[in-house]
Design a binder for this molecule. Structure first.
Ligand code: SF4
Length: 408
């Protein structure tokens, strides 16, 4: 018997400086914030505002848009106006690469409307221009009172920094491997840029850092080192995670390890959507990751068994799907009307083996009959058997019982 059992909980959160982005706080012990990014052309205010609204309604607490051209920068205030008309209140973050210093100078209304600027230190300028162009963006952040994310990325590494580190490494008695050198370049690029931003006059309370890579083990190593070397708030994300199950699995694997260690103040799950699919999938994955880890609650989640040879009908999978979709559809209203509804637990189970037991652990659960069992589905409410459903209206009746329970 171990002397001290392992706690079934994440490590305490890493202390970090709180950063205010509009009404959203990132870091300083605030709940881990879910964010996402549009994939519309920012020059098109109608479609961009529509997608920002969809992401915000799905639960994205910050939404980033690319600001890459003068027309895109000019469209930002019009996007904000459209969102205000739709009644959508979400901080908008401007994603700048290469020409951010020019766009923020040229479009003061864009600089004013954005709630945060994201700068990539790997492409803000090169050679002698690098510090002056980076400095120009920081000056704008100071002028308009905005926070900045200094977001280094494996795919656009600061080449000057990398070359200097390779030279340094060559002089080392025991040289690092190439991956270690690249990780160090990424971290130093972010930390040196943050130090420069502070020297120019941007307070620590307005700086967030990220160092994104596309490999799970590399991301974990980078963030463990970064977290140990500073107290800036950290944005976590596995960049270019990929499509479908691969992207979800890789992002969850990497972010779960870091979140379990208390590292990370805001997360983005970067999924490549299926053609024509909604962008909101990445928001749901981010919420489910945080909720299943016990870090936040967004919506009641359905516990369901995988099904097996004891339940050959598809009815039970359909019921689990119906219940989860019903809950998601109702949440915008439930959240306003019923305090704490997001903490409810639901269970839809396929047979008598684990059905009654798992259903009793949930606030409300149903155990459907497996093959050869009597055609009856006991419903459990707060651990007690409350009724038994029969016949071909089990799905509708169970959803009705759920709605009544939530209302009560
Ligand atoms: Fe199979 Fe029953 Fe277990 Fe579901 S609860 S996986 S149907 S044995």
């Amino acid at each position: 018997v171990p002397q001290k059992p392992h706690p079934a909980a994440p490590a305490p959160r890493r202390p970090s400086v709180a950063v205010q982005i509009g009404k959203v706080t990132v870091g300083g012990g605030a709940p881990v914030v879910v964010q996402s990014m549009t994939n519309t052309d920012t020059e098109d205010p109608a479609s961009t505002a529509k997608q920002v609204a969809e992401l915000a309604r799905a639960g994205s607490e910050l939404v980033r848009i690319t600001v890459n051209t003068p027309a895109a920068a000019a469209a930002v205030p019009r996007i904000a106006e459209r969102l205000a008309m739709m009644g959508v209140e979400v901080p908008i973050v401007g994603d700048f690469h290469y020409n951010g210093h020019q766009l923020l100078e040229r479009e003061p209304a864009c600089a004013e409307v954005l709630a945060k600027y994201r700068i990539n230190p790997g492409n803000v300028g090169f050679g002698k221009k690098k510090d002056s162009q980076f400095g120009a963006i920081i000056e704008k952040a100071i002028q308009y009172g905005k926070p900045v994310r200094i977001g280094a990325n494996w795919g656009s590494l600061d080449q000057g920094m990398l070359t200097a580190l390779m030279d340094e490494n060559a002089r080392r008695a025991e040289p690092w491997d190439a991956s270690h050198v690249a990780r160090e370049a990424l971290i130093r690029s972010a930390l040196d840029s943050a130090a420069l931003a502070e020297k120019i006059g941007l307070p620590r309370e307005r700086i967030i850092l990220s160092c994104k890579v596309s490999g799970v083990q590399e991301l974990i190593a980078v963030y463990r080192d970064l977290a140990a070397r500073c107290d800036y708030a950290l944005h976590l994300g596995l960049t270019e995670a990929g499509m479908g199950s691969k992207g979800i699995t890789a992002s969850s694997a990497a972010l779960a390890v870091l979140l379990q260690e208390g590292i990370g103040d805001t997360i983005r799950i970067s999924l490549t959507p299926e053609p024509g699919a909604s962008r909101t999938g990445e928001v749901i994955v981010a919420q489910e990751l945080l909720q299943t880890m016990g870090l936040r609650s967004f919506t009641p989640l359905v516990t369901a068994c995988p099904g097996c040879g004891r339940t050959t009908s598809e009815f039970f999978q359909e019921l689990a799907k119906t219940v989860q979709e019903h809950v998601r559809e109702q949440m915008p209203v439930w959240r306003i009307k019923y305090d704490g509804v997001e903490n409810l637990t639901l269970a839809v189970m396929g047979c008598i083996v684990n059905g009654p037991g798992e259903s009793k652990h949930a606030n409300i659960g149903i155990s459907l009959p497996g093959n050869g069992e009597a055609p009856a589905a006991p419903v459990f409410i707060d651990g007690e058997k409350a009724m038994t459903l029969r016949g071909d209206r089990i799905a509708e009746e169970f959803v009705g019982i759920l709605d009544d329970y939530v209302a009560r």
